[in-house]
Design a protein. Structure first.
Length: 209
């Protein structure tokens, strides 16, 4: 009898600590996910060049931002898209630096490197610190995304406009800037932005709340 009482008390205590979830089957407690199809699924096995246009004022403050963002995107594509062959972003950036008009014509740039596909972004917004409150750090990156198919026949579409990539980091709100967290926020923002762009090219799973 005493053992039964102890067991009942133990179960009641457990229920008070975790609520009623202990009565729910484990299968129902698992995360629900849904597959999100790629917007453009034809990068597999293709030689692909990633390039970006950025406003002069952004490049003035962040002269390496174009190379940094395209490098993060290329790394994510390489990890997720089967058999993709990527032109090294550093080679693309070097070519753009030597030919200032190169970044304005993604198709010409792609042909220069004998690419099959060009992923072309236009940087519409880029900030790491709040311009109105410089002591606060919160990254915002937004860019349009296009794909140029350099293998397409003349009578087929050669350019595709995808949805824009738009991220905020951290999403919880601005943080007081310190020497360490501004670097952490910038890296986290680059990683999140690269994922937002790369996910347009492969099927991924989204967690449903």
């Amino acid at each position: 009898m005493r053992n039964r009482i102890r067991t009942a008390v133990g179960l009641a205590l457990l229920a008070s600590l975790v609520g009623c979830n202990w009565l729910i089957p484990i299968a129902l407690m698992q995360e629900h996910k849904r597959k999100v199809p790629a917007e453009f699924s034809r990068l597999e096995g293709k030689k692909t060049l990633v390039t970006m246009w950025a406003p002069p004022e952004t490049l003035f403050d962040y002269p390496r931002v174009r190379l940094e963002l395209t490098s993060f995107i290329a790394d994510k594509l390489k990890a997720e898209v089967k058999d993709i062959r990527l032109v090294e972003p550093v080679k693309v950036e070097d070519h753009i630096q030597r030919s200032l008009a190169a970044d304005a014509d993604p198709q010409r740039l792609g042909r220069q490197f004998e690419a099959d596909m060009v992923v072309y972004l236009e940087l519409l917004e880029f900030q790491i610190r709040d311009p109105h409150v410089p002591d606060l750090v919160q990254a915002r990156i937004r860019a349009s995304v296009q794909v140029h198919d350099l293998t397409a026949d003349p009578d087929e579409p050669q350019s595709y406009e995808l949805t824009s990539a738009d991220i905020v980091e951290p999403e919880s709100g601005p943080q007081l800037m310190t020497q360490s967290n501004i670097v952490q926020v910038r890296r986290a923002a680059y990683t999140k932005f690269a994922e937002a762009v790369a996910r347009k090219f492969y099927t991924w799973e989204e967690i449903i709340e």
